[in-house]
Design a protein around this ligand. Structure first.
Ligand SMILES: Nc1ncnc2c1ncn2[C@@H]1O[C@H](COP(=O)(O)OP(=O)(O)O)[C@@H](O)[C@H]1O
Ligand SMILES: CC(=O)OP(=O)(O)O
Ligand SMILES: [Mg+2]
Length: 421
């Protein structure tokens, strides 16, 4: 696709209608990276895609893929912080004539990981919204600070433009109290707003809908278990298009075994580490969030590397893989029981979309539940949503690539259009 010359600057006294500008820039700021996409919302096409990774290190890398036909450009060298990263992104976009000053830009959509109980919908960002995202930093210490810097930098670059926050937690606000509450003293829980919020909601929403489409059915008619297996990983149970349970909780630490996070464990492990191990709260926080999961178990958090080591007979990598799969299987069983009837199980994100051995092992032995994976279908590599269960399977097993950026752009553009109308 090419960048279109702007036909869009409307005179300010024109009647208010859908936004004339049709582009949305999406920023997904992680703890050490910024992923971005510029989309044209007339057809959902991508005008530019990129990533700045290893922010704050000497070895930062920016990779920018311009409109179709252009060669990806890479830059190496230190990018000090998220503000510097975003400015570098703005420079790259400007070099392709897609600068942030473009009148065709309708809005900037931001992934915000923790929205607490307050934000159930995409929200235009103002000072009060910024303050609430800031207040939630203690429950998303790896994510919300980066999200905030991304927002503030974008606001400084385009103060006139609507900046929209799309929250990871929003899709999970439909969870019933029976799933959202921990079984702890109610007064204490309420005082500190301790409950299960869930994350990756934009992905769970997008993938559960795309799975229904793959089955040729309406989202309201299907029950889906979504397994979002990236570096962070979470499972969700989606009944008739609405989330009824998810594996992450107050913070993105609960649930599945992840790249560097432990997921579920007896909370008494923490008291033990404090009392007997002499560790501080911060040390335990770092241990469980950054030094546990796959990396803690075997020294690698990348599933490709773990599979390579297993193929070489590495026992430690094998055990890490087995622990990862065991936890995943437990959640499949649990959410099967929560939903009662399951129409599909969808694998998504970096591991879910690419690691056929993970999909095979997670479903193995569940034939009595109507679950099976066809070896040939599972081996297919594709960017398209696809079934990997045998044609006669009672429950569909699918690989459904997620697209958080498209979902964020869609929600952002819909909100800006609504506010305009
Ligand atoms: N070809 C592949 N085979 C197996 N695992 C892969 C492959 N490509 C990516 N992954 C896994 O996906 C992870 C990244 O997933 P992703 O969804 O991009 O994570 P995040 O958004 O949390 O950064 C990597 O850490 C790696 O474990
Ligand atoms: C919430 C969360 O875990 O996000 P990510 O997978 O991007 O780290
Ligand atoms: Mg991700």
């Amino acid at each position: 696709m090419t960048s279109h010359p702007s036909p869009t600057t409307a005179p300010s006294d024109e009647p208010r209608s859908a936004p004339v500008a049709s582009r949305v820039l999406v920023l997904n700021s992680g703890s050490s990276s910024v992923k971005y996409q510029l989309l044209d919302m007339r057809d959902g096409s991508r005008l530019a895609v990129g990533l700045v990774e290893r922010i704050g290190e000497e070895t930062s890398r920016l990779k920018h893929t311009p409109p179709a036909g252009g060669h990806p450009r890479e830059q190496f060298g230190p990018v000090a912080d998220h503000e510097a990263a975003l400015k570098a992104v703005a420079t790259e976009l400007a070099a392709d004539g897609l600068g942030l000053d473009s009148p065709e830009l309708a809005a900037i959509g931001h992934r915000v990981v923790h929205g607490g109980m307050y934000f159930t919908e995409p929200t235009v960002i103002d000072d009060a919204v910024l303050a609430e995202i800031e207040r939630l930093i203690p429950v998303a210490p790896l994510h919300n600070p980066a999200n905030l810097t991304g927002i503030r930098t974008a606001m400084a670059l385009r103060p006139d433009l609507p900046q929209v926050a799309v929250f990871d937690t929003a899709f999970h606000t439909t969870m019933p109290e029976s799933a959202a509450r921990y079984a702890i003293d109610v007064k204490t829980a309420d005082e500190h707003r301790i409950r299960r919020y869930g994350f990756h909601g934009t992905s769970h929403a997008y993938v559960s809908r795309a799975t229904a489409r793959l089955l040729g059915r309406a989202p309201e008619d299907v029950n889906v278990i979504v397994l979002h297996l990236g570096n962070g990983a979470s499972a969700s149970a989606v009944r008739n298009g609405r989330c009824v349970d998810t594996s992450m909780g107050l913070t993105p630490l609960e649930g599945l075994v992840m790249g560097t996070r432990s997921g579920d464990m007896d909370p008494a492990v923490i008291f033990h580490l404090m009392r007997v191990g002499g560790m501080s709260t911060d040390e335990i926080d770092t241990l469980l969030n950054k030094q546990s999961g796959l990396i803690g178990l075997c020294g690698d958090n990348d599933m490709r590397e773990i599979r390579r080591r297993i193929d070489e007979g590495d026992e430690q990598a094998r055990l890490a893989f087995d622990i990862y799969i065991h936890r995943l299987k437990k959640y499949i069983g649990a959410y099967y029981a929560v939903l009662g009837r399951v129409d599909a199980i969808a694998f998504t994100a970096g591991v879910g979309e690419n690691a056929a051995p993970v999909r095979e092992a997670a479903i193995a032995g569940l034939e009595e539940m109507g679950l099976a994976v066809d070896g040939d279908l599972n081996a297919v590599r594709s960017d398209e949503p696809r079934l990997i269960s045998p044609p006669d399977a009672r429950v569909a097993v699918a690989v459904v690539p997620t697209d958080e950026e498209l979902e964020i752009a869609t929600q952002t553009y819909a909100l800006v259009g609504k506010n305009h109308a």
